[in-house]
Design a protein around this ligand. Structure first.
Ligand code: G
Ligand code: G
Ligand code: MN
Ligand code: NA
Length: 256
């Protein structure tokens, strides 16, 4: 309740910041190439310290601030990626998480077009992560997703395998990538049913010509298991935690 008034000022006072977690393509455990970054919002609250999205995104949704907040996040992520590209950084997408509300707005595509124009980022370097839950909601607009696809931005289904799964929507061409949820990967080394599920998701994705990325990879054993079933796109603490823009620049612009 108290946070609500604070949230109103958070945007005005530039208290929101983006962290970036690298995503890698790996062929074996000691050789990886960065293929993208996921933007993850934090709120640098003046008295409470760094707040995580779980601590304020639900409130932002209830109060309607989510529109302004996510517009800011989109613009900031695009601006930052364009700036890195201009400094000679790798050409790869920045992935932005979107809550369901954006997809219930028919003008969302226009918002994305405007931000891409303002920041100069080419559409193929913007990825949007939406959750299964968002797609299953009755207010979800398939038209918005198709329009974004036509624009050339990439679309990833986040938290894949967490429950709502209907495999039917995977055939829709607007989805480019599945992100296998951490609940399936965290005990992959010892849990044989999760091994089967993840291997099946990967095989199915390949047939449907979808990319797959596994998230939440923390250990070398998890990584080796995934590489063994030809899941080569990896995100997780094993390679890197989410980093501030300044910290990730040391990785992006490393001399060797
Ligand atoms: O960064 P962290 O691990 O704390 O993120 C926790 C959750 O918050 C994740 O489910 C993530 O998708 C979500 N999240 C992070 N950044 C954003 C954002 O910019 N917008 C939305 N809607 N969710 C976000
Ligand atoms: O729901 P979503 O996939 O957007 O969640 C992303 C969040 O997951 C990030 O904010 C990040 O903090 C968290 N995360 C990323 N990699 C790992 C990991 O290897 N282990 C754990 N526990 N969390 C992770
Ligand atoms: Mn995500
Ligand atoms: Na996820």
């Amino acid at each position: 309740v108290e946070l609500e008034g604070d949230l109103r000022r958070a945007l005005a006072f530039n208290e929101l910041i983006l962290y970036y977690q690298p995503q890698y393509y790996a062929v074996h455990a000691d050789h990886q190439t960065m293929i993208g970054v996921e933007a993850l919002v934090r709120w640098n609250h003046p008295t409470r310290g760094l707040l995580t999205p779980e601590q304020f995104i639900p409130l932002a949704k209830e109060t309607g601030f989510i529109f302004e907040i996510e517009t800011w996040i989109l613009r900031e992520a695009c601006r930052q990626m364009k700036a890195w590209q201009e400094q000679g950084g790798p050409l790869m997408p920045v992935w932005v998480n979107l809550s369901c509300v954006q997809f219930y707005q028919l003008n969302f595509k226009q918002k994305v077009v405007q931000i891409l124009e303002e920041t100069g980022l080419e559409p193929q370097y913007l990825g949007l992560e939406i959750t299964e839950g968002t797609m299953m909601d009755p207010s979800f607009s398939e038209d918005v997703l198709s329009a974004l696809d036509a624009l050339g931005v990439r679309i990833s289904l986040d938290d894949f395998g967490t429950g709502y799964s209907s495999l039917r929507y995977l055939q829709r061409s607007a989805i480019h990538r599945l992100k296998i949820d951490r609940s399936l990967t965290k005990n992959i080394v010892e849990n044989s049913s999760n091994q089967v599920i993840v291997a099946t998701i990967i095989a199915m994705a390949r047939k449907l010509e979808l990319d797959v990325i596994a998230e939440g990879i923390e250990t070398r054993d998890q990584l080796n298991f995934l590489l063994g079933i030809e899941c080569n796109d990896i995100q997780g603490f094993y390679f890197s935690r989410p980093l501030s823009a300044r910290d990730i620049e040391e990785v992006l612009f490393a001399k060797n």
